[in-house]
Write a protein that binds this ligand. Structure first.
Ligand code: PAF
Length: 287
């Protein structure tokens, strides 16, 4: 098992990265907000397959939380995260304090916005969220300067936005998407699943079940995308969810799906109770 080194400052991070660069090693990066689960560890595994050294950041990014969201209560479990990363074989943990990432107050700092797509789907319900994500990922890329970075496909819209940011800002980082990791009953792994009450946890896998049925119905030509998405919303309500959206979109651009599109993604976000907002998606080829 390799030794996990932990740093919390940009100069210490840079010193190690420079050392690796001099040895011509390929650097992979997995940005996280910590509270690591098997989904995150699958990202680390993918990064280890593709690079010589893997850096993982744990940073609960205040800029991506709205005023009434769970920034203060978001689970912070650094000691357990260190153990998991050691087991997984990561090489460096970067866990900076807020003022090492944001040297000025967040209202007045430089920000990165990928227009259009950042205001749709989750962005519509969480204003400012994707500006917070794009800004912190751009900052982390500048700090770590990785050759590649691995992101989970569960956050499909986030992945699409980061790909666009990297392309449009000519960032020299390869973006790698990794498949969703699910519990045995189909629920997509997420740090926020810990918020579910036992009764809500029983209901939660219905989200993926309903998405699977909806994709099957589209593929079998049963109905068009739009009525199927509306029916899925009704099924979610009947199961006890409060859906924000269920939508078919183009799998590459996230533009509204058009008839004849073959690369499609069905995306959904839905609340269970007052505390837990679940997201999930199925990316598929419609032939
Ligand atoms: O997906 C996440 O955990 C976060 O949005 C990320 C990419 C680490 C940025 O804070």
């Amino acid at each position: 098992m390799s030794q996990l080194q932990t740093v919390d400052s940009v100069p210490a991070l840079r010193a190690q990265i420079n050392d690796w660069r001099q040895q011509d090693l390929r650097i992979g990066f997995v940005p996280t907000m910590g509270n690591l689960h098997a989904g995150h560890l699958a990202l680390v595994k993918r990064a280890l397959e593709l690079s010589d050294r893997v850096v993982v950041s744990v940073f609960v990014n205040p800029m991506q939380f709205g005023p009434n969201e769970d920034y203060d209560s978001y689970p912070r479990t650094l000691a357990e995260d260190c153990d998991k990363l050691t087991q997984a074989g990561a090489h460096l943990l970067f866990a900076p304090p807020v003022d090492a990432v944001y040297s000025r107050d967040m209202q007045n700092t430089t920000r990165v916005e990928v227009p259009g797509i950042s205001d749709e789907l989750c962005g519509h319900y969480r204003p400012g969220f994707f500006v917070g994500v794009a800004t912190v990922v751009a900052k982390l890329f500048n700090m770590v300067q990785p050759d590649l970075a691995v992101f989970g496909e569960k956050d499909f819209q986030q992945l699409t936005i980061i790909r666009r940011m990297v392309d449009e800002l000519s960032m020299p980082v390869e973006i790698v998407g990794a498949p969703i990791v699910r519990e045995a009953d189909g629920l997509a792994m997420s740090s926020r699943n810990a918020y579910l009450s036992p009764a809500e946890r029983e209901i939660a896998p219905r989200l993926y079940e309903i998405l699977c049925r909806t994709v099957d119905a589209l593929r079998s030509g049963e109905q068009d995308a739009e009525p199927l998405a509306r029916r899925a919303e009704q099924e979610l309500v009947a199961a006890g969810f409060r859906p924000d959206y269920v939508e078919f979109r183009h799998g590459n651009t996230l533009a509204t799906a058009q008839s004849g599109d073959d690369d499609l993604v069905l995306l959904a976000a839905a609340w269970l109770g007052d505390r837990t907002r679940l997201i999930d998606n199925i990316h598929f080829i419609n032939q």
